[in-house]
Each structure stands twice: as C-alpha cells, then as structure tokens.
Design a protein around this ligand. Structure first.
Ligand SMILES: Nc1ncnc2c1ncn2[C@@H]1O[C@H](COP(=O)(O)OP(=O)(O)OP(=O)(O)O)[C@@H](O)[C@H]1O
Ligand SMILES: [Mg+2]
Length: 558
C-alpha cells in the first residue's frame, strides 16, 4: 500500500516537534486509512450480502423450483410457504399469489374433508409419505383431480410438508374407461347362456355368471369365495374331477374337455355337463386362474340313453322277428315240401288215371267195338239187301269210332313213351300233331342217354312239350314251330319256340289259365326252372330246365 506523508511536511511548514508531529501524522494517517478500509469493507460486506442473498434464493428454489413435477410446501396450518413453477402452471396461479395462501383455499369444497384428513395425517406422520386424491380449483375454475404426495420436512422453525401435486386427470379418465369396459365385460359374461366359473389356483370360486347360478340354483354372493368342492347343495359325482382341474392348471396351453355328473339337491334329476377348462394368467402375472365353461348335456345324454334303449329294444324285436321269420320260413319250406309232394302225387295220380282210362278205352271200349264190328260183319250176309247201305254206313261209323277211341287212348297215355322212350314218343307226337294241325315241327336234339332220365322226368318233358305245342296250335297262328332238346350230365333243357302272335306274360299271369299253370306245376314238381319270353307280335319262347336227379325225387315209375 502507498505510504502517506504528513500534510504539513508535504506543504514544507515548520514542525513543532518532529517526533510529536510525526506521531500526530501517523495517527491521522491511520485514522484515515481505517476509515477508508472501513468504507471498503462495508462495500465488500454489502456485496457479499447480495451474493449470499442470491445464493440463498437459488438454494431455496432448488430443487423444487426446477423439478418436473408440481410441488408446494405448506406448514402445519396448511399455509403455502413455497411453490415451484410447475405448481403455479398446474394451478394457473402465479407463485407470489400462491405463497402464504392456505392450501385448503385451493381444494374443491366437496373434497375439503379429504384434505383435512390428509393434513391431520401429515401432522401425525414423522417421516411417512401421505397420499390422498382430491380435486383442486384452478384459475380456470375447472376442478382438477390431483394426487397429493406429502413428505414432512423437519426445520428449526417447525415441520413443513413438501407436497407433490400429480395431475391424475388422464389416469382417472383411463380408470373410468377401464371401469366401463369391465362393466361391459361383466354384462357380457352375465348374459352368456353357458354357465361360466372362474376358479383360483386353489380351486376356490372367484366368479360365477348368471347361467351358472341358474343351473346350480346358487347365488353369486354365496358361491363366490367358496371352494368348488364345497359349493352348497352340489355333489360332484365324477371321480377325478379335481385332479383333472389341477392338471388343467398345470397344463395351461390346452383346453381340457371332460364330462361331469353332479347332483344338485334342489333339482330332481342329476345333471350331465360337458366341461371345458382353460387356464388364464392374471394380467399382473401374480397367479393363474382356471376358467370353466359348462354345457348342460343332460337332455341330449338322456336322449342318447333313450335312443340306445330303443335301439336295444329294436334289436330284440328284430331278433324276435328274425327268429319268427326263420320259424315261418321253416314252416313254409315244410309246407312247400308237402305241397310239392302233394303236387307230385296229383301228377302221378293224373297220369295213373290217364293210363287207366286209356287202358279201359283200349281194352274195354275198343274190344267191345271190335267185337261189335266182327258181329256186324258176321251178320252182313243174312241181312236183306235194302239194309246193305245202312250196314255200310254203320260199319264206317264204327271204324271212325274205333279210330277216335284209339287216338284218345294214345293222347291220354302214349304207350310208346313207356315202350320206346322219350325221343320216340316226342317224334310220334310231332308226327300226329303235324298231321292234325298242319303245323310243321322242326325238332333238334343232342345225343341222348335215356337210361339217365327217370320215367317221371320223361313224362314231364313229354307233357310240357305237348301243352306248349297245343298253345302254339291254338294261339300262335303259325305254320311251323321249333323244339330243341339238350341233355347234359346234370339236366335236360328244352325249348319250344314259335314266331307267331305272342302275348304279354304279365297280363296272362294275372288271369286264370290252366295250360301254363300246369307247365309251371310240373316244372316245380321236378325241381326245375322255367321261363316264358313273349311279347305281342314277337313270338313265344318257352325254356325249361329240369335236373336229371332232383333230390326231392320220389320215383314211382309213372
Ligand atoms: N304260343 C303262344 N302264342 C300266343 N299266345 C299264347 C301262346 N301260349 C300261350 N298264349 C297265351 O297265353 C294264354 C294262357 O295260355 P294257357 O295255356 O295257360 O291257357 P289257354 O291255352 O288259354 O287255355 P287252356 O287252359 O285250355 O290251356 C293263352 O290264352 C294265350 O293268350
Ligand atoms: Mg293252353
């Protein structure tokens, strides 16, 4: 520092006492220097105070002043001591206005009790965080839902509560939407006609729907919270049900289906239910639940059982019917066999009768006529001449009568069939037929071994051919007919064919006719087969196949 000279020395005046003067100068000098330094230090103190005040202000504003959330600090009487810009912006009130204002003045009247409770909790809390939700009035007069999170700060002057104001408008809106959606989902669940049940992992009932309550005659308030096994008035009859439900809880990916029987004491009939179980994860992954969907299949199950019962009855009836049909068939077979035997006897009797009549005609009538003719011839000479004409007429009539009797006898039973065999008898018949009807018969046949053909079979072939040719003569209006006969090791097959008028076999089948019926009767007696193919204007073909050794054959030698 620059040294200061005594002022009188500096002016060149005489010094009273050099020493005293110097001392006085020093004192004066010091005083001046002290005053100067005092002024300087006061200036420094003032500057320091200002800096300190600035620093204090900055310290006071931080960190809340710059915090990204709205904050206020109020004392035990709710008077706001500090606020930050975020709080001022949120409330729309300048910080200076907010400061010293009671916080309760900001709270909507309806939520004042919530704030007073919050304040009470703050005062009683030492370090605990106090959280409340209420609505505050903003400058725009719009109630704003906020969450207050207060933490006590202990100061020398007493406790203050630093409080964050969190705008929960969006959250509340989201909650309202979520609540609405939950309510909708609940409505849907309740209106679903299938009984639904939500179990927790211990198989305790968390939720039931209306359909569930209806089917089990339960109420939601009683059912919810109970163990499934202890559901009132319900007895589960399916063993292993709970094991399978636990399995479904473990095996979460699959939907498990199974049938369940249960008795509900207030219901008359037991229930049969088809159950689907699916594990559901809770949204927060805290646990798994099990959703059960029931389908009441009692009626369809009853219907199925009834159907099975009916099917069993039907099967029994069918078996009975089958048995009766078999019995009836056996009876019919026996009756048919009896009928065949009867038919055979009838045919045999007919043939025997024909033969007897033929014999009688030949032996009795023929002999007597021959005797009469011989007698007449012996008397011819003794007769007067005028009777000669009458005699010759009588003799001619007698010859005619003898020929008729012979022909009748042959028609009834051609002895040639017995004497010479089937081929000869047929050929004799064709000859007499041609002579009588003027219809030419074209006959072809295979090699015949007649020893293998029984007399009854020969007779059948002869009579059927005779009957068929009679029809040709009566109905076909033709000049020729064809007969073919073939013998194999097992059967005799023959056909009688004409190219004449023909007829509709369907129409004839419905009318009473004896010729074709006789043919069929004879074929049936011989255990053979027969077919008639004919149509109007297209001729007629009768085909007959008779086995050489039918098992029902009962030879009588006719
Ligand atoms: N070869 C044929 N050509 C044309 N029509 C035939 C022939 N054979 C049978 N019919 C028809 O079939 C009918 C039945 O024949 P079926 O021999 O049974 O009786 P019917 O000859 O009329 O009388 P009957 O009892 O005297 O034999 C005949 O009336 C005739 O109309
Ligand atoms: Mg006929």
């Amino acid at each position: 520092m620059k040294r200061l000279l005594h002022p009188e020395v500096a002016l060149g005046r005489p010094v009273r006492s050099r020493r005293a003067d110097r001392l006085t100068d020093s004192v004066e000098d010091l005083r001046k220097r002290w005053e100067q330094e005092k002024a300087e230090s006061e200036m420094l103190v003032e500057e320091l105070r200002k800096v300190r005040a600035g620093v204090d202000q900055v310290w006071q504003r931080s960190p809340s002043e710059f915090a990204p959330i709205a904050q206020v600090t109020f004392d035990g009487k709710a008077k706001i001591e500090q606020t930050n810009a975020e709080a001022a912006a949120l409330l729309g009130i300048p910080p200076d206005t907010l400061r010293n204002m009671p916080f309760s003045a900001l709270v909507c009247a309806q939520d004042l009790s919530i704030f007073l409770e919050h304040l009470r909790n703050c005062r009683n809390s030492h370090s605990r965080k106090i959280v409340s939700e209420l609505r505050v009035q903003t400058a725009a007069r719009v109630p704003l839902p906020v969450q207050l999170v207060s933490v006590p700060l202990h100061q020398e002057t007493g406790s203050v509560f630093q409080t964050a104001l969190l705008d929960v408008t969006d959250r509340q809106r989201a909650e309202i939407i979520a609540r609405g959606e939950r309510a909708n989902a609940e409505k849907i669940v309740q209106t679903i006609p299938l009984p639904l049940l939500l179990l927790d992992h211990t198989l305790r009932i968390r939720k039931v729907n209306r359909a569930f309550c209806e089917i089990f005659h339960a109420t939601a308030s009683i059912a919810e919270g109970r163990m499934l096994a202890q559901l009132e008035d319900v007895r589960w009859k399916s063993s292993g049900l709970f094991g399978r439900l636990r399995e479904a809880l473990v095996n979460g990916s699959a939907i498990v289906h199974f049938q369940v029987h249960c008795e509900v004491s207030t219901r008359r009939d037991p229930l049969v239910l088809m159950l689907q179980a699916k594990r559901l994860e809770r949204p927060d992954h805290s646990a798994s639940d099990l959703l059960l969907v029931f389908e009441d299949i009692t009626r369809s199950e009853q219907a199925r059982q009834e159907r099975e019962h009916l099917m069993r009855q039907l099967q029994t009836a069918r078996d009975d019917l089958e048995k009766r049909i078999q019995e009836r068939t056996a009876e019919l077979v026996a009756a048919n066999a009896r009928l065949q035997a009867l038919s055979r006897r009838l045919v045999d009797a007919q043939e025997t009768e024909r033969r007897r009549i033929a014999c009688e005609l030949h032996d009795e009538v023929g002999q007597n006529l021959t005797a009469l003719k011989l007698f007449l011839n012996s008397q011819v000479r003794s007769l007067p001449v005028e009777f000669s004409g009458a005699f010759h007429e009588t003799a001619a009539a007698l010859d005619e009568l003898l020929e008729q009797v012979r022909r009748m006898a042959l028609d009834l039973r051609p002895h040639v069939l017995d004497d010479l065999g089937l081929l000869a008898a047929l050929q004799w018949h064709f000859k007499t037929y041609q002579a009588r009807t003027k219809i030419r018969i074209r006959f072809t046949h295979s090699a015949m071994t007649e020893e293998l053909i029984t007399p009854r079979l020969k007779n059948a072939v002869f009579r059927i051919t005779q009957e068929a040719l009679t029809n040709v003569a009566r109905h076909a209006r033709v000049k020729e007919a064809f007969v073919r006969l073939r013998q194999s090791s097992l059967a005799l097959q023959f056909e009688v064919t004409d190219t004449g008028r023909g007829f509709d076999p369907q129409l004839v089948a419905s009318t009473v006719s004896s010729g074709l019926s006789n043919i069929q009767e004879r074929v049936s007696v011989a255990a053979g087969q027969c077919s008639i193919i004919s149509a109007p204007g297209r001729g007629t073909k009768l085909t007959v196949k008779l086995p050489l050794a039918p098992h029902t054959t009962e030879e009588s030698g006719t």
